[in-house]
Each structure stands twice: as structure tokens, then as C-alpha cells.
Design a protein around this ligand. Structure first.
Ligand SMILES: Cc1ncc(COP(=O)(O)O)c(C=O)c1O
Length: 436
């Protein structure tokens, strides 16, 4: 007798799996970005290498099409290959993209961003979010003459931050000692840290909202603590920027940082990041070294100009919110209907939400792996989280929910029979920040 899930088809993956074998001899970790690598999808039943993408769809190396919800980890707010961005970037290529002088185009974008964010008086550009956060932290240290950093959230691959995580191999202890993470939504914890390191803290850098919304008064309280202790407040808006509100956390919550960092959505997949903020702090960049060959690269700047124009003229955030809310509501209904409310849930907001998996005895990672396997078998690049875009349609939502319904049913069946393990045809996924 076939059991639920047995009749699901693992897509053909020969090309992906052969490429993975080859990559083991060429690319350490077989990916440039841990969160995109094979450890994040159940190996053996998931695509590993992508070939192309358009709108809300991605095609893998075997030619399988999937509805893409992780969307390259967030930058594709408008969707893959948005015609206006592609056209602008293509035109720019023909006019040159790298020069030996600053360009009129970068000045125009800087001025536009100064108009866009009321607290922004100066702007510098980078390529990755990590450029912006590292630049902001260095500026804060130079401005205050202090070394210590308090952080909350994820801020990129550079030593000053990654040294606080389990992936700290290669970061000197002396650097690790200078950054202390603090808990979100806990003003007392932050206040205690500031007292403990009184006169030593250069910056509080934080994601103004990760997945959980700020408690009423929390961000205002952080602002007040930063002022009391003479600390630079940096909002890392690499995720929230242009996604929770066109003016990011300032627009959503009304709290002004001293500096803010943006990346991801600003270029819709074309690399560009920004650090902007108060003139007196930003002007330390007259001396502070924040300088690289591709700073001011015109592909990113051109893409950003186009993205901002589209955000001004098209109902991007409304659409993303409608799509994301429909997904969240549909999934919540399905989770309850399959009796999984104690095991699986959703945190976050319509434009970005993340599933959690926990079990009475059932390993959360096993549950997540089965979920992903079944989502993928149903034509969805199921990563356990969603970053909806302007290109996704309600039909994508319906097709996704059809696939997820089978995934939840398979998990419920596995839990009921006590053999969830037997449902997994591939390998379990692993956390990015696993213990060394
Ligand atoms: C909030 C936040 N800050 C900074 C970064 C680092 O950006 P990048 O990976 O582009 O260096 C990320 C990346 O995911 C992020 O989510």
C-alpha cells in the first residue's frame, strides 16, 4: 500500500548532483553563500545548482522549474529580471560601468537618497551589506574614539560581527572581545551592557526589526539610551529597507538612527549597498578608509535608481504584502487543519516570514527537511521562509499552498505513525550556524 508522500515525485536531479560532486573538488563549501548551499536543502531530493530565473520562477541545472520564495535571500523585491531594471542596466553597460573618476550618476543617487530619508545628510556606497555595516561601525569608532560595539541581529561576514557567532574561526580573540550581542526587545539588557561598558561603546548596531516586531516604545528606548551614553545608533536595514516601508524602519516606526545601512532590495539583485546618515558622523569618511575598486560601480547605482523610481510609481509594497499575507494565512490554516500547531508555526511579517519547526520528540530539522522535500516535489523551492516579490502572483500562492498541504499531511502522517524519519528520502538539512 502506498503511504502518503510515497507517490510524490522527486524531480530529476542528475545534473545538479553531478555538479555538486564536481564542485566538491573546486569550491570549498560548494557555494559562495552558506544560506544558498546544499546543506540548506535536503540533499538527494533537492536542486543544488540554478541555471536561470524570471519573475517568481527559478530553473535548476536539470531544467526543473520552481516557484522561488527565498529569492536570492531577499534582494529581489521586484522579482527576477524585472524588465525596467534589466533595460536600464543593459543600457548602462553600453555607456561604460567603471571609471577612473567619480560619476555624475553616483552623485545623483546620493542626492536622491538624502531626499528619500529625512535623517540622511551624507551617503556612501558599497557592494555588499557587509561593506555598509563594516563602514558604519568603523565610522562610529572614529567619531567616538571608542572601540566597543553592541549588536543585535545579523550584520554580515566581516570580523567585527562574525566573531560573535559560532562561525568565528579565523577571527582573532582580541577582535571578538570588542563586540557584544544584545537581546532584542529587552531595554534593561541593553541598558545594563551600556552601564557595564560605560564610556567604551562606540555604536549600537541593530536590525530595527528582525522577525519579531518591536515592543511599543522599544526603539524609542534604544534611541534614548544611545543619546544618554553618547553612542552612535546604527540601524542595519539590509532586510527591512524598502521592504517594511519605503523609508524602512524610520517610516514604519518613526525612530531616527544616526546612521543606517541598506543593501539587498535597493539594487533588486544588482549588488549595491549604502551607508547614510548624520553629516557630522558621515564626514569622518573624509579620512576614514572606506574605499574599494568597485565602490560606486555603475551597474548597482543604475539598478538602484530604477528600483527607487518603480517604488515611487508602482504599488510594489502593497502587492508584496497581499501576496505574503495570503501565503501566511493559507499556511496558518493548513497547519491548524493538520493538527500541527504545536510543531510548526510562522514568525515575521507579510513581506518576510520564517517557519519554525519543533517537536515533542520529533527533531525540528527532520520536520523541516520533510517539509522542504515535499514542497520541492510539488514545484516550490521550499526553504522554510518566504521573501515575496512584486512578480509573484496569487496563482503562485495557490500552487504553493497545494504543495504545502501535501507537505503538512506527510509530516502529520509521519508524526502519527512515529516514523517521520521514514518519510525523508534525502538527507537532513543543517543549520548555517551549526556548532563547530
Ligand atoms: C540584516 C543584514 N545585515 C547585513 C547583511 C550582510 O549583507 P551581505 O551578505 O550583502 O554582505 C545581511 C545579509 O543577509 C543582513 O541580512
Amino acid at each position: 500500500m502506498t503511504k502518503l508522500g510515497d507517490n510524490r515525485r522527486t524531480p530529476p536531479l542528475n545534473a545538479s548532483l553531478a555538479l555538486l560532486k564536481k564542485a566538491e573538488g573546486a569550491i570549498p563549501s560548494q557555494t559562495q553563500t552558506f544560506s544558498k548551499g546544499w546543506t540548506q536543502f535536503p540533499r538527494g531530493v533537492s536542486p543544488v545548482f540554478a541555471e536561470r530565473a524570471d519573475g517568481g520562477t527559478i530553473w535548476d541545472a536539470d531544467g526543473n522549474a520552481f516557484i522561488d520564495w527565498p529569492m536570492a535571500l531577499g534582494p529581489l523585491l521586484l522579482g527576477h529580471n524585472h524588465p525596467a531594471v534589466t533595460e536600464a542596466v543593459t543600457k548602462r553597460l553600453k555607456d561604460g560601468i567603471a571609471f577612473s573618476l567619480p560619476t555624475t550618476v553616483e552623485l545623483a543617487l546620493a542626492e536622491r537618497l538624502i531626499d528619500w530619508f529625512p535623517y540622511a545628510e551624507r551617503v556612501r556606497f558599497g557592494k555588499n551589506g557587509s561593506d555598509a555595516t563594516a563602514g558604519a561601525v568603523r565610522a562610529a569608532r572614529a567619531f567616538t574614539g571608542r572601540d566597543r560595539i553592541l549588536c543585535c541581529g545579523y550584520h554580515g561576514w566581516q570580523d567585527w560581527f562574525i566573531g560573535t557567532t559560532l562561525r568565528h574561526a579565523g577571527v582573532p580573540q582580541a577582535v571578538r572581545d570588542l563586540t557584544t550581542p544584545f537581546a532584542y526587545n529587552d531595554l534593561d539588557a541593553l541598558s545594563n551592557l551600556l552601564e557595564q561598558h560605560s564610556g567604551q561603546v562606540a555604536a549600537i548596531i541593530m536590525e530595527p526589526m528582525g522577525i519579531i516586531p518591536p515592543k511599543p516604545g522599544y526603539l524609542e528606548g534604544v534611541r534614548a539610551l544611545a543619546d544618554k551614553h553618547g553612542v552612535v545608533l546604527i540601524f542595519d536595514e539590509c532586510w527591512t529597507g524598502f521592504r517594511i516601508h519605503l523609508q524602512g524602519a524610520y517610516g514604519a516606526f518613526g525612530v531616527q538612527p544616526d546612521l543606517a545601512c541598506f543593501g539587498k532590495a535597493l539594487g533588486n539583485g544588482v549588488p549595491i549597498s549604502v551607508v547614510l546618515g548624520r553629516a557630522d558622523i558621515m564626514d569622518v569618511f573624509n579620512d576614514v578608509f572606506f574605499s574599494f575598486t568597485f565602490g560606486g560601480d555603475l551597474l548597482g547605482i543604475t539598478a538602484a535608481q530604477t528600483v527607487l523610481s518603480l517604488l515611487e510609481t508602482e504599488p510594489v509594497l502593497e502587492h508584496v504584502s497581499t501576496i505574503g499575507q495570503a501565503l501566511m494565512d493559507g499556511m496558518s490554516r493548513q497547519i491548524a487543519a493538520h493538527g500541527l500547531s504545536g510543531n510548526i508555526g510562522l514568525d515575521g511579517y507579510a513581506a518576510r516570514h520564517v517557519m519554525w519547526f519543533k517537536g515533542d520528540g520529533a527533531d525540528g530539522m527532520l520536520m523541516k527537511s520533510v517539509f522542504q522535500q515535499e514542497g520541492i516535489a510539488g514545484g516550490v523551492l521550499a526553504a522554510g521562509w518566504h521573501a515575496p516579490s512584486f512578480a509573484h502572483t496569487m496563482q503562485d500562492v495557490e500552487r504553493t499552498l497545494e504543495a504545502y498541504d501535501v507537505a503538512f499531511a506527510t509530516i502529520a502522517d509521519g508524526l502519527a505513525s512515529g516514523d517521520l524519519d521514514g518519510k525523508l528520502r534525502g538527507e537532513r538539512v543543517q543549520p548555517v550556524f551549526r556548532k563547530p
